[in-house]
Design a protein around this ligand. Sequence first.
Ligand code: PEP
Ligand code: MG
Length: 543
Amino acid sequence: MEQVKVNSETRFVGLPISPGLALSQVCLFNDHRREGLRVYRIAAESVRYEQARLRRAIELAGQRLRDLSARVAERIGAPEAAIFDAQRTILSDEGLSREIDAMIANHRLNAEAAVARTLDSYETRLRELDDTHLRERATDIGEIRRRLLDTLGNMGSSLHCWTQIRCLRGTNRIIVAEELTPSLTVELDTEHIMGFVSERGGPTSHAAILARALGIPAVSGVKGIRELLACGTELLLDGDTGEVIIWPDDQTLSRRHCVQNRRPVPPQAVAPVAGVTVMANISRAAEVVDALSMQAEGIGLYRTEFEFLAAERLLDEEEQVAHYASVVRAMDGRPVHFRLLDIGGDKEAPFFDLPKEDNPYLGFRGSRLLLSRPDLLGPQARALARASVHGPVHVIYPMIVEVEQFVRLRRLFTEAIADIPAGPIFHGVMFEVPAACLQAREMLEVADFGSIGTNDLIQYLFAVDRNNEQVAYDCSPDRPVFWSLIRRIVEAAEQTGRPLSVCGELAGDSRYLPRLREIGIRTVSVAPRLIPGLRRSLIHPSP
Ligand code: PEP
Ligand code: MG
């Protein structure tokens, strides 16, 4: 087991990605998907958490077996499919889950270790029997073991305490991870986190977006820090300078006026200001509450893929309707912009069943992927159509490259909802690939609106990975060519009379607002917490 390697002040400097100071203990956040079978003892407080992980894994593995059985029955035959039905029956056996539960509780083992031990012993006992039929069942047990461990591993990470004394699972702690990918961030109890430190991650990575949206300090690019930490190590984090200090001494603490375990207070709402419409970016339906409390004038970007990442499986049409309709109803007639599933790149998960690619950022992602996946597009299109009876629905098509691609995808969308009573639905292009921006006029002639995604636009325009802190200096809008491209899109919107907004991180930075206004942007969409500051900067512009 890893031990704390330092107990005197040790300093690191990384890339500041979200401002503010935090002083708290560390919670190491590990991505088990990158590791082999992990066996470790857990704290008493973690027993229920591990048991809940086990239940979820049994449910997910059962669903996968059901899907597999249906596919095999259709393509090969019922007798072959029966193998998977038999495995599902064993998996759903109450006695089995009770035994694994007991192993977790009595031996204080993590779910993976309890699954492996319980099923290994089942398998051994079956192999020793005389009955040939029962001995054959041992193979099924081995298969179930593999499936459950795969599912547990793929279910995302878990907050894992190295010292196993009192893991608080991130509550009032600073999360330290190798990299906070989108599927890891959805696992966090964001209400109670004090800060983020990661070894990898750029300024517009989704972890950075999340940290700024929560108003908590974050620093990335702190190479090698995890080697020196254990759960519980004290850490001072400065999201303005990028400094990360392990075991800060009294002198350091007195120089920084920081208070331990202080969470950022939600900002005071500021009423809408004439001249610029400020909408909210959300990733989960529940966040509509934040948007409303900050008096957002609409939802400018709902990153719908995060609902799937949080559920750790594909959501069916009904489940999607529940999320989408709740947002439309809550916004009460104000526009809601749903981005169609923007999967691929760093937003991946095993249940999306994406092909293995050498360069996923330039591969099967966004609209390119949706065109070949009716199983993803169909249910989402129908769910959005059903939500539109409660209020206007704007659909943003992600990663559009060409006019023809947008037109084809919209046609598929329209065909999928042909038999569904729907309200007003508008179809728009996300301008985040330079090729689409260069033909903005042709795009807007066929689309109902446009939305500029500056995060990916900067990434693709300057060939700079937005998740790589080492090239962060190049991930910047401060170059004339970027602004001339934005101007080109604005001109196309004016010529075609189509509404246009900016929803990338740039929009939430009040330093860029005057420039956006100057070239004709009148609508932006930002994290709810950033809305008041942006409006204040409109009321009292800095000289
Ligand atoms: C963008 O690319 O600017 C954007 C808004 O979408 P995301 O950050 O989710 O890629
Ligand atoms: Mg994008």
